[in-house]
Design a protein around this ligand. Sequence first.
Ligand code: UT7
Length: 362
Amino acid sequence: MSQRYAEITGWGTALPPAVLTNDDMSRIVETSDEWIASRTGIKERRISHVDVSELGRVAGLRAIAAAGLEPAQIDMVITATCTPENLLPATAGLIQDKIGATGAGAMDLNANCSGFVYAHVVADSMIKSGAANRVLVLGAEKFSYILDWTDRGTCVLFGDGAGAIVVEPTDEPIGLLASELGNDGSAAQHLCLPGRGTAGSVAALDPRTAGLRMNGPEIFRRAVTMMGDASSRVIAAAGWELDDVDLLVPHQANQRILDATARRLGLDSAKVFSNLHAYGNTSAATIPIALAEAVEQGRVDAGANLVFVAFGGGLSWAAGAIKWGERTEPLGSSDAALPAFDGDALELLRPNIEFFGGEISA
Ligand code: UT7
């Protein structure tokens, strides 16, 4: 029997319409557009007026249409998220129902910001083993819900959104050629959200413990090392030289992390995709959103060699070397869209800001 490979055949995104600019951010915490843009590269981010499964529904239907498939042909839905809509059921199950993937299994996967790359590796393995044939892999997050809106060191960094890919079997030696999944649980305290799982109190959520906590400089240092080194290892494991890499599609956390990772790797920064300025860090959703935009912008040629690499809570990291197939155009399009919203991002956030004792200044 010839070896089975798993090709990315569809891609799609769902980006909420409400934009929160850096100037808006300076009405929530003591910060400035100058600080945020120069320290992170972020200019604005999206704030979602809908729940995570709705973001997933739209990204998923768009990816399925781009693959030229119907939802009923999908046999597995994997949603990478660390902001699930509920503790149970899994958000993937809600998406499976909403899109009408009636023949599909569904599961969530939480590896924090590295979750999408983990989920892609799982989908690839399921296809190669024959356990699944057409897998919808999503990264879908609503970080605005878990941020401490009085902590300027974290709340300025993140945004909401979803991206999705469809992975299907092929006999061609394309798709994921090499991968690395890692974690250092001994450093988990540097990026965590205590108190919302079973380790929390059964009493009402306490604003003092209910938001994301992060040791930014520590995460920064580790992200550069691990993203650079894990990329090097998957490039070598795929049998490539550095020059063979056409585009690095990294987790979008901070432009300075992307620049330092490129320097550590020795890769021309023109080969590093970035859309941080527009969306900030959408955690598990950054890579599928970036990939879809890279394809749409013509940055992914037929047969291109791509590297996905991520780092985040856990502290987890993940990398994959992917050979793109022949097709760079979608086979179809979907009219799926988020419900209309013409309100204000700051007003959407008001209850979250006030929960933490913050306020929106004039
Ligand atoms: O997906 C993975 C998730 N996380 C990450 O990847 C984050 C990785 N880390 C980072 O991106 C950076 O560490 C940050 C952007 C979070 C912070 O940048 P930094 O250059 O490491 O700054 P810092 O934390 O060392 O803080 C420098 C100063 C401090 O003031 P003092 O103590 O020097 O007076 C902070 O209080 O900047 C201050 N500061 C701010 N000032 C204005 C921190 N956040 C802000 C802010 N606006 N939003």
